[in-house]
Ligand binder design. Sequence first.
Ligand code: F6R
Length: 615
Amino acid sequence: MVQMGRKGKNMCGIIGYSGRLEARQVLVNGLEQLEYRGYDSAGIAQMTKQSVEVTKAVGNVGALKRKLEKKEDVISRCGIGHTRWATHGGVTEENAHPHQFGKVTLIHNGIIENYKKIREEYGKEQFFHSQTDTEIAAMLIDFFYDGNPEEAIWKTVAQLEGSYAFCILFEDIPNVVYCIRRISPLVAAYAEEGAFVASDITALIAYTQDYFVVPEDTILVLTDEKAELHDREGEIVEPDLLHVKWDLTAAQKNGYPHYMLKEIHEQPEALHQTIAPRIKAGIPDFEEDQIPDSIFESVQQIKIVACGTAMHAGLIGKVLIEKRVRIPAEVEIASEFRYASPIIDQNTLVIVISQSGETIDTLASLRLAKELGAVTLGIVNVKGSTIARESDYVLYTHAGPEIAVASTKAYTVQIATLCLLTMRLALVKKTLGRGEINRDFALLKESMECVKRSLLLDPQIQEMTACLTEAKDLFFIGRGIDYALSCEGSIKLKEISYIHSEAYAAGELKHGTISLITEGVPVIAIATQESVFSKMISNIREVKARGALVILITKESMQVEESVFDYHFTIPEIADDYTPIPAAVILQLIAYHTSVRRGLNVDQPRNLAKSVTVE
Ligand code: F6R
């Protein structure tokens, strides 16, 4: 069984810089871009000629900026910065990073599992200032440091269990940042303005679109002249350079009040970017993705493994694959799959779906699947991410950066990619002919077009959400593919509005859950499937009879009596299997406006972070 990390999560954002610019600005700007990774507290260390100046604040990067205003006389060209998602130790200034010990100042993303043991072993208890697992790394590096920084880092990491991405400053080595990572991500770049390192490319995009992933088991050294990788022997390692197509404007709000709303509105373009390059004569083609048809030929079963929203995209994929390709497709929650005993062999295709490409449970599942001999295919948004690099084959989604914690455009492009994959599989397996696939693709395109129509519903949805702001509980119901979509509607709403919500297969309600439906309880009913439409209407009547406030989503042409709903939103007339993409947009807007009305932090909901890089 593949095991990594330990219980608990630690996401955090990291940035490091050495170069010609004023470091404070680079660090603060970078932290603002990375804030979606964690926002409990933030801190930076600025290296000056005399010292290493640390400033930390509880709260978001704004709080840190206010503190830094009082330190404008600190001028520096090198430094490190961190935005924290607390795990070990509460949200306090002492626990915020950077941490200092002797000559060493350090920031960390990850979890050091054996920190307690090390703390006891070295008998330095009285010198620690925080409850974090991180401080022992600073202590160890300082302990081993005798003028050779890389040696001290190697000796330290040899003692550590768990995951880490460290950026380290040594008081007596001016303007150099040392970095090393295991599991937790780090990318680096050298641009005109200097050398940079960060948890992900969004923090560097203001300076460059070219970067590299810091490989494990190498030390990255940043100076104002280079970003260089060293192996254990001190030899230079050449990085594999990557390029992203998007630029800084893609990572900004561009006039929208929130990233989430901007990303909802970016869906038509994100879908187009993902689909268009892969279509030849109306048929999906993965030649440029270097995915040969031969990998599909022997596939006898499919497992789709992912977490959260990505897993919900998988639920739609399962329906499509089983219907069109007629091979069993199971959707697995990655955190369960990795500890189960899955039945997998070389005829199994394991599809892992991840926006970030770093989700630890999905990554561990991928490794397990490979170990068991499956063919693995990643559907990943972030280029060069660990899941993308480790999957046998990758289909990148081209949604551009997704900054809001609640995933929106990543979800619809994942569904669209699964649609393409289904069509290609059906072609290879000969369950559909070329003509049928042409028709299928036309339907997918139509559904992508309908996203624009759903976006036009924004004002009506905004108005409707007034009836949801005081809700304590809420239910989503649907059948078939609409049930799969309900799961996504529910997670979206609860994660940003903090209203308790559940998704139910509509026919299952009366086996228990209907007892929770009382006067005024909102029920969002998704009824876009012709084949089960009348059943859905009966289920809606059942909740309406018990006082539910019904928000109904159907296709335009579907006839419904006014008595069954309180609010009604429609999507255009499209084929049943392709309704989730435009219907998802309506659900995203419901969640968004409910959160805004409740005065919540839409882009950074409490307790969450964008990239879940430890279990
Ligand atoms: C919810 C959400 C999460 C992610 C999940 C997987 O809006 O964003 O449920 O979908 O954490 O993340 P990725 O796709 O990065 O593996």
